[in-house]
Structures are given as structure tokens and as C-alpha cells.
Design a protein around this ligand. Structure first.
Ligand code: DAH
Length: 368
């Protein structure tokens, strides 16, 4: 059995006190390593003492050997214990810092947070409805000739109906002609009849322009034109198509419609079409009530227009209509001021816009 260790000489006891205190105070592994080297490294305080053993007498060595070995072992143990504690602390700190709350919601992707403008939405809705009825999409340019915007549509030169259109004209060209920003989508009727033979069944959504601006008019607005030409279409078909469209578009069972006689140069007879509605302080409710709201113009294509487009009015006949897309959007989605549609205000769009992944379709629902 080992004899109880003799008390350490004072100088070794001081080394032990200071070294253990320094080990305790080491704030990280690098600091701890420095303390270890200072005590147990080749030139460390304890190692230097070990080197003195060789020069001692046998008796001295018998006392100092175990004393120094004991000191060395206690310092090494203390370093080991402190290192373990530091590693554990560092791990806890990292775990706390790098904590991820997997229950947090992720940032929505742009495809989810972006919004479809109500005009684009209504454009897609009416395209879905008319595509289902067998209509194709036709297009024409925003900058149009006077001939296609007016003359071929049976507005003769100097006709007063031309003045009602508040036309934006482009500067006159060398040959005396001037182009204009189309005032309606009706020139696409002419372009279509000039380009293809009947039977024709098209709609033409697009931008239109008139020099006018107030709560219900903007200088640029959107229309959708419709045209059917064959050898047998009549007013009954016109009424059915438009009634069917309104039922589908406004998503109501019964869309009572009123066809009022009217005048357009390019149709004969012509009708302005109203839909039944109820007006209240809450807004306009469609498909019920005792009021009427005008939503479109229509009629049988005028024989002069057919002839202007190279068709024989004794063989071909058809019907056409035009309506404002912006107005349809305001009515369906309860937006009071037309100008808001063109303000590009993100807050407005967030409120009135549509989720990009909900494409309108007759099967899936138009507006949901
Ligand atoms: N183009 C007319 C307008 O802008 C709307 C219109 C009325 C179009 C009757 C038509 C129609 O095709 O038949 O006021």
C-alpha cells in the first residue's frame, strides 16, 4: 500500500493552485491548450521540475517523484475535465444559435404571392366561355387605318358617328392618310372577313382607345368583339349566344336580358343589350331585381359591311357584338372606379387580384 502522499513543498503547491485556477478560467479550447502547454509542455512548469529529479539524491527522489507525478496527473485530469466541459458548452451554444423552427411557415414563392389582374382574369374567363361555344380568337393591331376602323364598317367619310368616337389620330402621312388608335375592336371583324371565308365564329379581345377620362372612362380600355357569319344565323342565335354568355360569365342561373333597338352603322338591326339587376347601397346584384344595366352593343352585320369585305349579302349573313371588358370586370367583381384598374397599385391588386394557379375554366369554375 502506498504511503500517504507527503504534503507538497510550497513552490509546487503554488504551481498547482495557479495552474488549476488558469484551467478553470480558460474560456475556450485554445486558451485551455495554452494553459496545458505552460504546465505540461516540454518547457512547462511541471516538466521543468521533472527534469530536476535526475540530479536528486535517492531519498529526495523517493519523495519528489510521487509528488511531481501526482501533480502532473492532477493537472492532466483537470485539463481533460475542462476540455470536456468546453466541448459540451460549445455544442450547446451552437445548438441554441443554429436552432431551426421547422414549424415556421416558409416564404411564399412569387407564383403563389403574385396576383392576376382582374382584366386578365375576365379576359381569360370570357375566352374560356366562348371557346366552349366553338369560337376562335382573332387579333388586330392597336394602330389601325381609318379605312378598317371606320370606312369598311359603313361609317362613310364625314358621317356624324365618326365624331362620337373621340379618336386619337396619328400625324398625317405623305400620301394624306392618317392612322389612328383603334376606337373599338370592330375592325377585327373586317380583318377576319377579308382573311377567311365563312363560316366564321370568332371573338376578338383587345385594347381600344378614346380621348375620354372620368370615373367610367379611361383613354385606353378593353373590348371584346364577337362575330358570326354563315348563311343561316339570325337574331335568335344572337340572343341565345349572348344570354348563354351572360349566364356563364356572371355565374347566375337566370340572366334576364333586354334587347333595345339602337343604332350602329355596321349593324342592321342593332340592339343595345341590358341585363336585369338590383341596385342598392351595397352595389349591383345581377340576375335579380327590377333595374336594367346596359352591358353591350350588338346586331346583324350590315349588308354594306359584308359587301365591303367581299361577301355577297344575298348569300351570307351573321351577327356581331362588342362589349367592354373593364366594365364586365367592374360589374362582376364590384370595383367602383374604372381608373383604379390602371393605377398599378399593389395594395389594390392584392385585394382584387386572382391566384395565378387558378386558371378559369368552365369545368373547374370561372372565378371560384
Ligand atoms: N363597336 C361598338 C362600340 O365600340 C360596339 C359594338 C356594337 C360592336 C355593335 C359590335 C356591334 O360588333 O354589333 O361602341
Amino acid at each position: 500500500m502506498d504511503a500517504p502522499a507527503a504534503p507538497l513543498p510550497e513552490d509546487l503547491a503554488a504551481i498547482e493552485r495557479e495552474t488549476l485556477a488558469a484551467i478553470d478560467a480558460a474560456a475556450d479550447e485554445a486558451a485551455l491548450e495554452a494553459v496545458r502547454v505552460a504546465a505540461l509542455g516540454k518547457r512547462g512548469a511541471v516538466s521543468e521540475r521533472m527534469k530536476t529529479l535526475g540530479a536528486m539524491s535517492a531519498d529526495e527522489r523517493r519523495v519528489m517523484g510521487p509528488a511531481l507525478n501526482g501533480l502532473k496527473a492532477r493537472v492532466a485530469d483537470a485539463v481533460g475535465a475542462r476540455r470536456e466541459a468546453l466541448v459540451a458548452e460549445a455544442l450547446q451554444r451552437r445548438l441554441a444559435e443554429e436552432r431551426v423552427d421547422v414549424t415556421l411557415e416558409t416564404e411564399p414563392a412569387p407564383i403563389v404571392s403574385g396576383r392576376i389582374h382582374p382584366i386578365s382574369q375576365v379576359w381569360d374567363e370570357l375566352t374560356a366561355i366562348f371557346a366552349d361555344l366553338g369560337f376562335a380568337i382573332a387579333e388586330g393591331p392597336d394602330i389601325e387605318t381609318d379605312d378598317l376602323n371606320f370606312t369598311k364598317l359603313n361609317f362613310p367619310e364625314g358621317h356624324p358617328a365618326r365624331d362620337m368616337h373621340d379618336t386619337f389620330f396619328l400625324p398625317e402621312r405623305a400620301d394624306g392618310t392618317r392612322r389612328l388608335l383603334r376606337t373599338h375592336t370592330s375592325p377585327v371583324q373586317v380583318r377576319t372577313m377579308l382573311a377567311q371565308r365563312p363560316p366564321i365564329r370568332i371573338i376578338a379581345p383587345g385594347r381600344t382607345y378614346r380621348c375620354d377620362s372620368d370615373q367610367t372612362h379611361t383613354p385606353m380600355f378593353h373590348q371584346v368583339e364577337g362575330l358570326v357569319v354563315d348563311e343561316t344565323s339570325h337574331v335568335g342565335h344572337l340572343k341565345w349566344v349572348l344570354t348563354e354568355f351572360c349566364r356563364a360569365f356572371f355565374e347566375v342561373e337566370d340572366a334576364a336580358m333586354r334587347f333595345r333597338p339602337s343604332y350602329f352603322p355596321f349593324t342592321e338591326p342593332s340592339y343595345e343589350v341590358d341585363i336585369r339587376c338590383r341596385r342598392s347601397s351595397a352595389g349591383i346584384e345581377l340576375g335579380a331585381g327590377d333595374d336594367w344595366l346596359e352591358i353591350l352593343g350588338s346586331g346583324m352585320v350590315h349588308p354594306n359591311v359584308l359587301a365591303n369585305c367581299g361577301l355577297d349579302p344575298d348569300v351570307h349573313q351573321g351577327f356581331a357584338w362588342g362589349m367592354g371588358i373593364d366594365r364586365l370586370a367592374m360589374l362582376k367583381y364590384g370595383m367602383p372606379d374604372l381608373r383604379d384598374l390602371f393605377e398599378a397599385d399593389v395594395r389594390w391588386l392584392t385585394h382584387y387580384g386572382f391566384a395565378p394557379l387558378d386558371r378559369p375554366s368552365l369545368a373547374g369554375g370561372l372565378s371560384r
